[in-house]
Write a protein that binds this ligand. Structure first.
Ligand SMILES: O=C([O-])CC(=O)C(=O)O
Ligand SMILES: [Mg+2]
Length: 639
């Protein structure tokens, strides 16, 4: 790392011997960047030269600096990335240069064999690479072949992570150009397995770990992250990783995966993304008894101990990155997820992906499905298996949308939406006390204990699985849906594949080809009686990257439910006639960057309308603006 050089570009740090790495004589000719010096050095003495950033501002060394209007208003580094602008007296940041061996080792700047002859001379690379030059397009071709040679998805995942560690721009170009193929590798379902084995595959830090050991020092921990201009944080406490349960500290794979999608699908700069895992212990016995477990070996903190740590974190984030940093809560357990969202939604820019992102994507799918089944949302009856974050989040957003369409009262609309949890249908007469998020869904009905009975009695037109329990949409359940409806809508949303309520094949087979089916994890197309059925993937990955981009580019300071409805509508608009003909209620991921720009524009437009956007004046064409803001991973030329 550049940081280990302890030099700054003025070359007079007092350490001497900087050589190629940061020789002041090469100022203006090397790829300068902001880098970190050892914090202890900074605090104990004065080895860090506090380089006035403006000195290098006008000395770009890359010819095609990203012209990204949302990179913040502050000074940009020579790569078009933002510079640290904070007070240098409290943080150990300086400016140094990457060149030669260090340059090849820096994933942000490394281009591998794509370095030209001129660049090899200018940046002390001669001899460090074999003589041939291979452009990025060819590298992509080579890399996809390399990935494909692995048969096991986890090996492909590891190969992708290795690439991200080595050459970030190649990683993103590969991911963007082969998104349908690689999404199931870097994201759901393979990322689930990666989390289960994270201890084995963990190599280098991919994000920040904030544990109870850091209580009282979170500000300091945030300052250890090498990037300063953070725009999106995805944070988990690992308690409910997908449908896999408590994976403790190993949940880190999820924020890392989600943020890769923020960049690949939503065009947010990688350097603006920060994955964080909060480690308050784990209740997973297997991990507690595993001597190689990477997290805190204690049971989960709860109550005040938990909320104090989270509060310190939330406060420190705002203090460090300002109030426009988006904090995405991911895979928290129900009992914390709702409370955290409620507590921080009026003071921070927070978004819960599992409650709000999933709701927005499912609503989009349902709106699109109406084109195939007819009627309005208000004409349908909904039954959920699972009454946690996703179930109640989706239910509430559907009710909200119907209420907007019909001007009807929410309490009445909710009566057409039913939820089943582990104890059966949620009804008013249930003796045990209900958690607060389930209460709006307790309707008048006698107790019903099984899902099959609930289907037969409620007669839903739409069945949605958010239970985290695999194989719960049995043959009888799917057959009952098919006997009640000409075209039953069946969404098996739990992740990863093993937790899916049923497979695409089962849904099509058992409904004799009548089901309109989508799932959280991807399934391959299925041929039934000569017809090919292509299942849609109802995953929040459609929403959060574009949604986040919309918030960032408009400088929005709070998330309002209407923004989720706007995102949902924007996604539904992107389903084409051609998609409908295949029975699809979601567009393919191949066009996702265009879709994200569209979602971002609609979200930003709504934020301006609600007075929540602070970036003024409002750009005239928000979709064009969104596109112009998006990071593209083409290599840059170094002078
Ligand atoms: O990560 C995914 O694929 C979707 C999601 O948020 C979850 O299942 O928790
Ligand atoms: Mg999630």
């Amino acid at each position: 790392m550049i940081s280990s050089t302890r030099c700054n570009f003025l070359g007079n740090s007092g350490l001497g011997g900087c050589g190629n790495v940061c020789g002041g004589q090469r100022r203006g000719s090397g790829p300068w960047r902001v880098s970190c010096m050892s914090p202890s050095n900074d605090r104990n003495g004065s080895v860090v030269m506090e380089t006035p950033l403006k000195e290098i501002k006008n000395e770009p060394v890359v010819e095609d600096v990203d012209n990204n209007p949302i990179s913040g208003g502050g000074p940009r580094d020579v790569y078009g990335e933002d510079k640290a602008t904070e007070d240098h007296s409290v943080t150990p940041w300086s400016v140094s240069v990457a060149s030669g061996y260090t340059l090849l080792r820096d994933p942000h700047f490394n281009k591998g064999l794509a370095f030209t002859e001129k660049e090899r001379d200018a940046h002390y690379l001669r001899g460090l690479l074999p003589p041939t030059t291979i452009p990025q397009e060819t590298q992509v071709k080579k890399m996809i072949q390399h990935i494909r040679q692995y048969q096991v998805p986890l090996q492909r995942y590891t190969a992708m992570m290795d690439l991200q560690e080595r050459n970030e721009r190649l990683f993103y170009k590969l991911l963007i150009e082969h998104v349908e193929e690689l999404l199931p590798i870097v994201y759901t379902p393979t990322v689930g397995e990666a989390c289960q084995k994270y201890g084995d595959i963990f190599m280098r830090p991919q994000g920040l770990y904030i544990s109870l050991n850091e209580k009282g020092r979170i500000l300091e921990v945030l300052r250890n992250w090498p990037e300063k201009n953070i725009q999106v944080i995805v944070v988990t406490d690992g308690e409910r990783i997908l449908g896999l349960g408590d994976l403790g500290c190993q949940g880190m794979g999820i924020p890392v995966g989600k943020l890769s999608l923020y960049t690949a699908l939503g065009g947010v700069r990688p350097s603006a993304c920060l994955p964080i895992t909060i480690d308050v212990g784990t209740n997973n016995e297997k991990l507690l008894n595993d001597e190689l477990y990477i997290g805190l070996k204690r049971r989960r903190a709860t109550g005040q101990e938990y909320s104090e740590l989270i509060h310190e974190f939330m406060t420190a984030v705002k203090q460090t990155y300002g109030e426009k940093v988006l904090i995405q809560f991911e895979d928290f357990a129900n009992h914390n997820a709702f409370d955290l969202l409620e507590k921080y939604r009026s003071t921070h820019l927070v978004f819960n992906d599992d409650i709000q992102g999933t709701a927005s994507v499912v609503l989009a799918g349902l709106v699109a499905a109406l084109k195939l089944v007819g009627g309005n949302l208000a004409d349908h009856r909904f039954l959920f298996l699972g009454a946690g974050e996703a179930g109640t989040g989706i239910a509430e957003l559907i009710a909200l949308e119907i209420s907007k369409q019909t001007n009807g009262p929410l309490e009445e609309i909710r009566k057409n939406i039913w939820l089943v949890d582990s104890k059966g249908l949620i009804v008013k007469s249930r003796k045990e006390s209900l958690q607060h998020f389930k209460k709006p869904w307790a309707h008048e009905h006698e107790p019903v204990t099984s899902l099959l009975d609930a289907v037969n009695q409620i007669k839903p037109t739409v069945l949605i699985g958010t239970s985290g329990q695999g194989k719960t949409f049995t043959k009888e359940v799917v057959e009952a849906m098919a006997s009640l409806n000409e075209k039953p809508i069946i969404l098996a949303l739990s992740n990863p594949t093993s937790q899916s309520e049923c497979t695409a094949e089962e849904a099509y087979l058992w409904s004799r080809g009548s089901a309109i089916f989508a799932s959280g994890s991807p399934f391959p197309p299925f041929e039934y009686k000569g017809k090919v059925f292509v299942p849609g993937q109802s995953n929040n990955a459609y929403i959060f990257p574009g949604f986040g981009l919309g918030l960032i580019m408009s400088g929005t300071i709070r998330v309002h439910d209407d923004l989720l409805l706007a995102a949902s509508e924007a996604l539904a608009e992107q389903v084409t006639e051609e998609n409908f003909e295949k029975g699809l209620i979601f567009p393919p991921f191949t066009n996702i960057r265009k879709i994200s720009a569209h979602i971002a524009a609609k979200v930003a437009a709504k934020a301006y309308e609600l007075g929540l956007a602070t970036r003024l004046p409002q750009p005239k064409d928000l979709e064009k603006f969104a596109e112009s803001c998006m990071y593209t991973p083409a290599y840059r030329t170094y002078r």
